[in-house]
Design a protein around this ligand. Sequence first.
Ligand SMILES: [Zn+2]
Length: 82
Amino acid sequence: MSFPRKHEDLIAAGYLYRGQGTCRACQAVVLWYRNSKTSKMMPVDYLTREPHWSICPGAKDFRSKKQKREAEKAKQGDLFQF
Ligand SMILES: [Zn+2]
């Protein structure tokens, strides 16, 4: 995966540094970046500089929650047809 590892590269790629935080799933220290194009927040692992979700032991929980949310969205989409 081509992911910019260095802070400067992330900034150059259009990410905005939003500060340090803690992963809710595994309590690891993460650095939050926001993608200025998609406005999505991305946690970067403080130690490895990898996207935290790719190494987080709790990532499965994230994914299942996200899938649930997307399933709910899909349901809402069925309700509101344009
Ligand atoms: Zn984590």
